[in-house]
Design a protein around this ligand. Structure first.
Ligand code: ZN
Length: 408
């Protein structure tokens, strides 16, 4: 009987026919004996992650796969990124993605990343806990110039524009409400006051004076974007009864895992880039099976290579992933493996598309079909047929004998 599950998601794996590959996709073109071996012992299909005709974002598609309908649960990018840096949110918090940047005396951006500052902890520490009109600013360091920012207080709204103008040479934007609610108006006013106040605090900071004396740019402005309001909801464990963990390199995916209440497992060498140590991720995941029922593994780079319009690089990366897939030959007998992608990122388009992605379920009790290759067109002939992201967790639960009986 299956007791554990691994859901392995290759970001942006799906693609379209590439002329220079004789009309094959990068996944079809790459040498993938290990993917194919698994597929030949698996139940396969195609997945329209958000349903037909919906072009998935990475965050929304992951939520859908884990059983959280984006229309109901997607809070915007802010809360997901903030969860990923380990910041716990409370009901009603408004969360933002943040950068520590450099502005001149007129609040015009000189550098959005404060001279590629490596550690913003001294800066966020100076801002964390500032209060305006009964609202507290919570700021925690992310990687490099990034920070997670939360506004906590009564009567807030995420219906506000960004302060980050996203461009050097532009003045920091005045935050405006995007609806007519008093909450949005109040949040915009408070946020504008915070932008000014954080600039004052940061400008006076000894840490920045030292940076300047060394010729480095000061991190003297907190640039926020991607507002989203956090509403508490049942965690993954509460929904499905699985103690779950997330093995990912990219911040957004750690964010999705943390947002759903999964434990975040850091793997040295997991970079979310083509050089990522995928074998290390898989080995770490196998170890986590001792303490977790459910492992979410995320592998990023196929998506980035698709966005670069680089089919050769994508096929090469897929072949590298395939080598690591050999480790699944030793998958424990009580463990289910699902392999899929969150969406397609065709090299031709250099962006996400709604083209469905291959999916396979491998493990004891699975009704193996005739598919012998893990590819977009091969999996179209699989017995799962066309499914959606929301069908993944019911399939996992069913194979593991965890679905409730309807009726008698
Ligand atoms: Zn993605």
């Amino acid at each position: 009987m299956l007791k554990k599950a691994i859901v392995l998601i290759y970001d942006g794996l799906g693609d379209r026919p590439v002329d220079s590959f004789g009309g094959l996709t990068p996944l079809e073109y790459a040498k993938t004996p290990n993917f194919d071996k698994l597929a030949s012992r698996a139940e396969c299909g195609l997945m329209h992650t958000l349903g037909r005709g919906f072009r998935p974002g990475s965050d929304t598609s992951h939520l859908a796969i884990f059983g959280y309908a984006p229309a109901e649960y997607y809070p915007g990018r802010g809360p997901i990124e903030v969860a990923g840096i380990g910041l716990k949110m409370a009901d009603g918090d408004v969360a933002f993605r943040g950068n520590l940047g450099t502005v001149d005396e007129n609040m015009v951006i000189q550098d959005r990343r404060a001279g590629r500052i490596r550690d913003v902890e001294p800066l966020t520490k100076a801002l964390d806990g500032l209060e305006i009109d009964g609202v507290t600013l919570i700021a925690k360091p992310g990687t490099a110039h990034r920070a997670g920012v939360v506004l906590r207080g009564e009567g807030l709204s995420s219906a506000v524009t960004d302060a980050d103008p996203h461009e050097v040479g532009q003045a920091v934007w005045e935050v405006k409400p995007t609806d007519d609610s008093p909450e949005a108006k109040r949040t915009a006013q408070i946020l504008n006051k915070f932008v000014a106040k954080t600039h004052d605090v940061l400008n006076k900071l000894e840490f920045n004076k030292e940076r300047q004396s060394r010729g480095d740019l000061p991190g003297n402005c907190l640039l926020v974007r991607g507002a989203g309001q956090y509403r508490s909801f049942p965690s993954f464990k509460e929904r499905f009864g699985f103690s779950a963990c997330c093995v990912a390199g990219g911040g957004l995916y750690k964010g999705v895992g943390a947002f759903l209440g999964m434990d975040i497992i850091d793997v040295p060498g997991a970079t979310a880039l083509p050089d990522s140590d995928i074998e290390a991720k898989f080995k770490t995941s196998f170890k986590q099976l001792d303490s977790h029922d459910f492992i979410f593994i995320h592998v990023k780079a196929a998506d980035s290579l698709g966005e670069d319009g680089n089919p050769e690089g994508k096929a090469e990366f897929i072949a590298k992933c395939d080598k690591a897939m050999a480790l699944f030959n030793n998958l424990p007998k009580d463990t289910l493996l699902a392999v899929t992608a969150d969406h397609s990122t065709p090299c031709e388009l250099k962006q996400h598309s709604a083209d469905p992605v291959p999916v396979m379920f491998y493990g004891e009790g699975v009704r193996v079909d005739d598919v012998t290759e893990f590819g977009e067109r091969a999996c179209a002939k699989g017995s799962l047929g066309h499914i959606e992201g929301k069908d993944i967790m019911p399939q996992v639960q069913n194979l593991m004998g965890r679905l409730h009986l309807i009726g008698a």
